[in-house]
Design a protein around this ligand. Structure first.
Ligand SMILES: C[S@@+](CC[C@H](N)C(=O)[O-])C[C@H]1O[C@@H](n2cnc3c(N)ncnc32)[C@H](O)[C@@H]1O
Length: 503
């Protein structure tokens, strides 16, 4: 069976018999899978159910048995179509001259996949149109073909830049969040939340690259549309960064992390294949998460005792493992807590390589109860609170379309209660780190402000100064206090880090 040529959309008869699967040869009697059809199937399931792209796609690719090019094409198509759905839909509505709600769901997904190829991928126009029509016929029936043909012909007639200006100019100048939302494919309410977080974060007007300085919100939204690097952590005392780098495959591109002394950024490497990762001496961990763990480990505490640490919301245990390796170097014991049994198992697995005695207990409790039960016991406590996850949209391409404004307020009560419980569990002079993977003010600063206003035994520390001491090159706010990391400034997930001392 000839191999599939995704650029022309035809079987390539010049290369017979080269259709290898990633796990071996495709059976001779099985036709080559069409990456567009795979992309459609995954996109449509993600659109119509709660499924996640990163779980569905690998399974779909494994059963399709395409070659590496087919897999790469389908992957780019699926992730790109999810990320850029907002802009794609605006273009489709304009080209179809009817609202998206008047277009059948199946046809809309076919048009999204076609429009992404037309505007973002190097696929010839004729292939985009004809393959979209074929896909429409096979998924939505012959009657949809004429409509898809007409819409796709209009879409390919203009460049992405032309379409961007057309669809943005249709939104009034008085609605800037909506205009940015269409241009960068984000819901307008998320644009507003991110903008408020940036304005409150306290960075100097000249922080970052020229792109960031000229247009911080545009740069921030654009960063959400980029696939993140894979970042590894070489857990201190277990393996060095050089040893980890030496284990990377010969041609693997890599660089030392920008901010954390334990980070290595890698490209084209499957971390699960690295022996140090399999053995738990290293792990996959974004640099923002590494900095959150380091902020707690290096926060000032009063008094000599520094032997008892707690990770209150630990699952799946990435920060637990880094904190644990730092605790081991100081002969401190780290207890962890995670109420979900499955995630608690992941915590135990993540810390398996730490020296005996480093991890005290892994409790499966509601963290809100630990403050009363372990009052004044711990020197350092991490609250990596459950949150909306608005700070890691780049990792889950469908997430921005599923989230709702109430997601950033509905956890406020539990976030406040967890922080209060953590402070109760901390000894006088000890320090709590309140961390979220969201920059939304309602679940970051507002939580810390509310808790500090409600008790007399806690004060905000200068988290920026602590991180400056970890690495003076980290861009940090000009004013003392909490640190909000940003993808477009730091290349990390958008972690919020506040340090609070009990006194
Ligand atoms: C942001 S995640 C923590 C990520 C983790 N620290 C890491 O780095 O791998 C938040 C965790 O809080 C847990 N959680 C939810 N409600 C909780 C509660 N009442 N008490 C303690 N943990 C809770 C969730 O199950 C989830 O695993």
């Amino acid at each position: 069976m000839p191999e599939f040529d995704f650029r022309s959309g035809k079987r390539d008869s010049r290369r017979p018999g080269r259709a290898k699967t990633t796990r071996g040869r495709r059976p001779a009697n099985k036709p080559a899978a069409d990456p567009r059809a795979i992309a459609y199937d995954v996109t449509s399931r993600v659109s119509t159910s709660d499924s996640f792209t990163n779980l569905l796609l690998p399974k779909a690719l494994a059963s399709a048995g395409m070659d590496a090019r087919g897999n790469a094409f389908a992957t780019e198509l699926v992730y790109g179509t999810q990320r850029w759905r907002g802009l794609l839909d605006a273009v489709i509505v304009s080209a179809a001259k009817r609202p998206a709600t008047d277009i059948d769901d199946t046809v809309l997904d076919v048009l999204r996949i076609g429009t992404f190829q037309a505007l973002f991928m190097n696929v010839p126009d004729h292939a985009v149109v004809s393959k979209s029509v074929d896909l429409a016929r096979s998924k939505a029936g012959a009657r949809s073909a004429g409509f898809v043909n007409a819409v796709m012909h209009r879409v390919v007639a203009r460049s992405r830049q032309e379409w961007e200006s057309i669809v943005v100019s249709r939104i009034g100048k008085g609605r800037p969040a909506e205009r940015l939302g269409v241009r960068y494919s984000h819901p307008a309410w998320i644009v507003e939340e991110l903008e408020k977080a940036w304005n409150a974060a306290g960075y100097a007007a000249d922080a970052g690259s020229q792109d960031v300085v000229d247009d911080p919100i545009g740069a921030m939204l654009a960063a959400d549309n980029e696939a993140p690097d894979v970042t590894l952590v070489a857990r201190p005392g277990l393996v060095t960064r050089d040893e980890l780098i030496a284990q990377l495959p010969d041609r693997a591109e890599h660089e030392s992390g920008r901010w954390s002394p334990y980070a290595v950024r890698v490209h084209g490497v499957n971390p699960e294949r690295l022996a140090y990762v399999r053995a738990g001496l290293a792990g996959v961990e974004d640099e923002g998460s590494q900095l959150a763990a380091l902020a707690l480990a290096y926060a000032p505490i009063e008094g000599d005792k520094d032997s008892s640490w707690l990770d209150m919301c630990a699952g799946p245990g990435g920060k637990t493992a880094l904190l644990g390796s730092l605790a081991a170097q100081r002969h401190a014991v780290l207890n962890a807590n995670e109420p979900s049994a499955h995630r608690a198992r992941l915590v135990r697995d993540n810390v398996r390589a730490l020296p005996d005695g480093t991890i005290g207990e892994v409790w499966e409790r509601d963290g809100r109860e630990l403050g009363a039960e372990h009052a004044g016991e711990f020197d350092r406590v991490l609250v990596d609170a459950p949150c909306s996850g608005l700070g890691s949209l780049r990792r889950r391409p469908e997430a921005r379309w599923r989230k709702k404004p109430e997601d950033i307020t509905e956890l406020a009560e539990i976030q406040r209660a967890l922080l209060n419980s953590a402070l109760d569990a901390t000894r006088f002079g000890g320090t709590v780190a309140y961390v979220t993977c969201s920059p939304a003010l309602a679940e970051t600063r507002a939580i810390v402000d509310a808790v500090l206003a409600s008790r007399k035994d806690a004060e905000r520390l200068d988290a920026a100064a602590v991180l400056r001491a970890v690495n003076p090159a980290i861009p940090l706010p000009e004013r003392p206090g909490d640190v909000q990391l940003f993808e477009h400034l730091h290349g990390t997930d958008q972690m919020f880090i506040s340090l609070i001392r009990k006194h």
